[in-house]
Design a protein around this ligand. Sequence first.
Ligand SMILES: [Zn+2]
Length: 556
Amino acid sequence: MQKLFLYSLLFSVVIITSCKSKEEKTAVAIDETDGLAAFSVDSLAKHIAVLSGDDFLGRKPFTEGETKTINYLKDQFIAAGLEPGNGNSYFQDVPMVRITTNASAQMQVQSSKEKFTLKGREDYVVWTDKTDPAINLKDADLVFAGYGVVAPEYNWNDYAGLDVKGKVVLVLVNDPGFNAGDSSLFKGKTMTYYGRWTYKFEEAARQGAKGCLIIHSTDAASYPFAVVQNSWNTSKLRLDNRGKQETLCDMVGWISSPATKKLLKAAGKDTTLLTKADTRGFKGEDLGLKVSIDMKVKTEYNLSHNVIGKITGTKHPDEVIVYTAHWDHLGIGTPDETGDSIYNGALDNASGTAGLLELARAFTSMKTKPERTIVILAVTAEEQGLWGSAYYAQNPVYPAAKTLANINMDGLTWYGKTKDLIMIGKGQNELEDYLSEEAAKKDRVIAFEVHPEAGYYYRSDHFNFAKAGIPSLYTESGTDVDGHGTDYGKAKIDEYAAKNYHRPSDEYDSTWKLDGAIEDLKLMFQVGKRLSFTEKWPEWKEGSEFKAIREKQLKQ
Ligand SMILES: [Zn+2]
């Protein structure tokens, strides 16, 4: 049997050799196990516990919490054997401004028939991204502009024929595909970037509007109005863009669904106007209402920091793979029902940041050093608007055209090993295939996001790498828990979302089962390791809104 087998084997090897691609011919045999032994549940748990301890004060940028966190990460990067990632520094300065808006507690609304007021926090939450000391909107016209979307690739323009210059636009959250239930509209129930609140404000500003109010709905936004109310008259961080051209509205924010009904009634309309916005060719309209509001603004400029380390590639040192996780969280804020005001952010995202440290130790422990450079980047100010990664993408230490991939982590699994791992942003790029292949080797499967309507692909740091054309991978915890099944995993995730997400109670618990997180980290490691030994450049897939950016970039 064997001889025969050997002949047939020889015959088949020859066949394969001739049709192997250039990459595969040059690829060294990757030692699948190299580096894996370095991963440790105890080490991961220790770092999570330290980073989410009360003494790290919820890790808010500009605070003592930042100083403690970035110095801890620097020390751990050095201990793991990483080289400085920014010249001879482990830090990248991120110039930022803290803008504290004090909006008036009443918004005046004037119709042809009546005058009434809306209540701050209860009916609306507004702020400014501008640094002017005071913003006063006086009798600004209110215009309903549907979803406030201009999407040439979907042949959709809510602002077509609508003059909103100097006015306040009222827009719906999410995108037309969400409510219409028509999967051919945009990406159907899967939110596109056009559905994100950040996009609504950006587009309204481009259209010359003075203000933009997003109509809140829990389903379409995927979080309750209470989450929005958390940011009533609080400070917000932005990149310090002094001296740079920036188009911004004077006032941006959200309006509650009941308050929206009050406005529509005063305009002699009802909610059918909102549903009309789901139809192709919908035309926005002036509501015949005028709104007025005042805001006092305080600004403070300061530096926050990205923390960056690397392992220089042995063969292609200028080609890099970037692993990211945001180290920041919400700091000290509104106390919860127990009086606890420290937002520890154990899962969000001390876990992902600790994951970076495990990856660093695994890559530096490898017997055969990676041929391409591995960069470990802990970014700041994600909670405030993905600013650390936005700054890095605008000021890359390693050129985007030389960056093969970004692998981002934001929250690791705390309830044990799972058969699956959730892929966010299905069909975006080839890293998805790498991950599926590595998972299959471990008899695991890649499942796709349970809530595509929530737009998670646009809600963490990989998004800024994607916007820079860099193929980006972002996963979330699986739900099919070994020995428990899917309902158990889903219940764990729902419990976290309801009780701990962005709450002081997101604290480390020594009963957490982190062996699942280690298995997920090993998959991320294998994807990066494999990439670091090939000459392949992962690509965006057909239909991805980021493909064109990359093609243009690589042509330059
Ligand atoms: Zn996060």
